[in-house]
Design a protein around this ligand. Structure first.
Ligand code: HEC
Length: 154
């Protein structure tokens, strides 16, 4: 089961919704967003949504959680599982900006792919980011919508 999910989900396919962080707070139980509807279909039969989304997690952690839930009996088509994974990463994700690849940074921070790449390029040239202010120095980055809760500086 775990192997199947690994093959199905990928951060790369996640399409960031621009400006999504601006409309927080977001309620996973009432949102009419199509991805939230799929999330509720797949994930809230056995426990309430707030148990799931009370904390942010990295893409890797969400992947591990989803694999665990499949072993507990959660069910969905490949497409539904991929959708739920994207939903969790985009809405309830966090990312270590000093390690993660560009596509994961872009997905979690809701930035265009090119800006995820700009962050990684800048990191390669300047070393680790220490804080949000150092991220703001990346040329051309739209930093207004960045949510500090989503970025780890480990
Ligand atoms: C068939 C029932 C079932 C479904 C559907 C289900 N879960 Fe769970 N979930 C469980 C059980 C049982 C636990 C408690 C696991 C434990 O304590 O070891 C749990 C616990 C959790 C936890 C708490 C942390 C943890 O790892 O124990 C999270 C987060 C979670 N589920 C997320 C999800 C997500 C995301 C989905 C949708 C992909 C989902 N669950 C769907 C049964 C389910």
């Amino acid at each position: 089961m775990a192997v199947i999910l690994l093959a199905v989900i990928s951060v790369r396919a996640a399409v960031p919704l621009s400006g999504q962080n601006a409309d927080l707070p977001f309620d996973a139980m009432t949102s009419k967003e199509p991805d939230a509807v799929v999330f509720r279909k797949v994930c809230v039969d056995c426990h309430p949504a707030d148990r799931i989304v009370s904390a942010r997690h990295t893409a890797f952690e969400w992947q591990e959680t989803m694999e665990k839930m499949l072993t507990k009996g959660a069910k969905g088509t490949d497409e539904e599982l991929q959708t739920v994974f994207h939903f969790l990463v985009k809405r309830f994700g966090k990312v270590n900006i000093n390690i993660a690849p560009a596509d994961e940074i872009a997905a979690v921070l809701s930035l265009p792919d090119a800006q995820g790449e700009a962050i990684v390029r800048y990191r390669a040239g300047h070393g680790r980011f220490a804080d949000l202010d150092s991220v703001r120095k990346v040329p051309g980055l739209e930093t207004a919508g960045l949510n500090p809760d989503t970025i780890l500086f480990e």
